[in-house]
Design a protein around this ligand. Structure first.
Ligand code: NAD
Length: 494
């Protein structure tokens, strides 16, 4: 089927384009809109309400009112559970519409949007829904004369500010635990990909989440995002995005009400391959998937391949072959392994990073160019550089695109040193036939998530997040509930 034919019926999904505040879809107070673009064609998709401080204020007021009158926080936890589990079911039922909207808006393959994004979003909402009535308080071991209860309480109004690489999943990892604990939420999706968040708002309402409890304010980062970060009546911010913008949220907090901030930021994962790996082909396949899946737009992307000199050349050859299987195609083609990068602007950034690598003298093995230019879309070929210096820009900067940098090492001690030689600390991986040695390396990595003889294993039950300038706080697992709740001690003299 031609690209034109595939995109023809696509006018069909009806987008929500207004903000969702206090249970109603409303335009921005200013009347301004921004254009959501399909990055696979360069064509506009919809004009979306461009919220600013006034709209954020309305959303925060609605969220505050809903929190204080306890229409959600005061429900029996089992009732919040019932509603959130229903929300998850509605997400599953809307799979085709949500997947198509996600793909059209940010360029990822439709098959991934269906099988990964929609599924993981529903799973996260259901998981935290199920958890809602399983959070217990404690009794402190004080003297016989006292009873000291330790209660876990919601914080109040939680702002969620999210990126465009997994728009629904990143949002659900934040709003679902926040809602489960009884908070009200104001979600600010990335301006590149606001459309699925607005559809989730309608589903949340249909599931029975009361008006004012779940609000969505699409808009630009420096307007809607900053207004939420600086708002004096927001109690906490859950942020996923770049390290640069993460710094802003720390400042916003300091300059406003010291709201708590949890940051999931960038990464530059070191993917270490020891000389003794038994199956180089399997490692090459995993390394290629680790950098080229989702167009390389992954915070955990295995962007630095550290290979023992003894096997490096052979491994690079096999990764170069595996890279061809990740050549981007029309994201609406169900067979497409990769799609468009999120925007023409981002494509330029990736190509500039490639040029910088060439200027630094790294050896381009494959890729390095835009592809499918005739479509008007933003596509980048899977790219592999060899001979990358550990201190070079290629090895240090997060590119957030399909660009792999290969670095040789001599022994696992040196591998650990190179892997840790970055400001980031999100992910790391080690492959070796010697499981004991691999685990010793795993312990020495400065990273929040480590993979041993695998890559990108994922489950909602495991904490996810980074150390160093990859941020702090953890999404996923029951630990995420701690970010959106606080402890209160209640003393009673007996
Ligand atoms: P970004 O930092 O540019 O934007 C993230 C969000 O912040 C968006 O909603 C944006 O509108 C908002 N924002 C931008 N400027 C702002 C400002 N001045 N004030 C307030 N808000 C502002 O990030 P992105 O380009 O959307 O996403 C890519 C980044 O996200 C990468 O660095 C990637 O590593 C990171 N990421 C991290 C994780 C993780 O879990 N650690 C997951 C996915 C993505």
């Amino acid at each position: 089927m031609t690209v034109a034919a595939r995109h023809a019926p696509v006018a069909a999904p009806i987008f929500r384009t207004d903000a969702f505040i206090n249970g109603r879809f409303v335009p921005a107070q200013s009347g301004r809109r921004f254009v959501a673009v399909n990055p696979a064609t360069g064509q506009p998709l919809a004009e979306v309400a461009s919220c600013d401080g006034k709209d954020v204020d309305l959303a925060v007021q609605a969220a505050r009112t809903a929190f204080e009158d306890r229409r959600w926080a005061g429900l029996k936890p089992s009732e919040r559970k019932r509603i959130l589990v229903k929300f998850a079911e509605l997400v599953r039922a809307a799979r085709e519409d949500l997947a198509l909207t996600e793909t059209l808006n940010m360029g990822k393959p439709i098959s991934d949007a269906r099988s990964i994004d929609v599924r993981a979003t529903a799973d996260a909402i259901a998981y935290y829904g199920e958890a809602a009535d399983k959070v217990y308080g404690e009794i402190a071991p004080t003297s016989d004369d006292n009873l000291a209860l330790i209660m876990r309480e919601p914080l109040g109004v939680v702002g969620c500010v999210t990126p465009w690489n997994f728009p629904m999943i990143m949002a659900a990892w934040k709003f679902a635990p926040a809602l489960a604990m009884g908070n009200s939420v104001v979600l600010k999706p990335a301006e590149e990909s606001p459309l699925t968040a607005l559809k989730l708002a309608a589903l949340a309402q249909e599931a029975g989440i009361p008006d004012g409890v779940f609000n969505v304010v699409p808009g630009l980062g420096e307007e809607a995002g900053a207004a939420l970060g600086l708002h004096p009546d927001v109690d906490a911010i859950g942020f996923t995005g770049s390290t640069e913008v993460g710094r802003y949220f720390m400042r916003y907090s300091a300059d406003s009400n010291l709201k708590r901030v949890a940051l999931e930021l960038g990464g530059k994962t070191g993917f270490v391959v020891a000389h003794d790996v038994p199956d180089l082909d399997a490692v090459a396949e995993a390394a290629a998937a680790g950098i080229f899946f989702n167009q390389g737009e992954m915070c955990t992307a295995g962007s630095r391949l550290l290979a023992d000199w003894r096997i490096k050349d052979e491994l690079v050859e096999r990764i170069a072959a595996a890279a061809q299987k990740w050549m981007p195609d029309d994201p609406l083609n169900p067979e497409a392994p990769a799609g468009a990068v999120v925007s023409a602007v981002h494509q330029k950034r990736i190509l500039a990073a490639i040029d910088e690598g060439l200027a630094e003298g790294a050896r381009l093995v494959v890729g390095g160019t835009a592809v499918r230019e005739e479509t008007g879309g933003a596509f980048v070929a899977p790219t592999v550089f060899d001979g990358v210096e550990p201190h070079s820009a290629l090895a240090q900067k997060e590119i957030f695109g399909p660009v792999l940098s290969v670095i040789g090492f001599d022994g696992l001690d040196q591998a650990v040193e190179i892997a840790n030689n970055t400001v980031y600390g999100l992910g790391a991986a080690v492959w070796s036939a010697d499981l004991g040695a691999a685990h010793k390396v795993a312990r020495r990595f400065k990273a929040g998530v480590v993979y041993v003889n695998c890559f990108d294993a994922d489950d909602i039950t495991t904490p996810f997040g980074g150390v160093k300038q990859s941020g702090f706080g953890r999404d996923k697992s029951l630990h995420a509930l701690e970010k959106y709740s606080d402890l209160k001690t209640i003393w009673t003299r007996l």
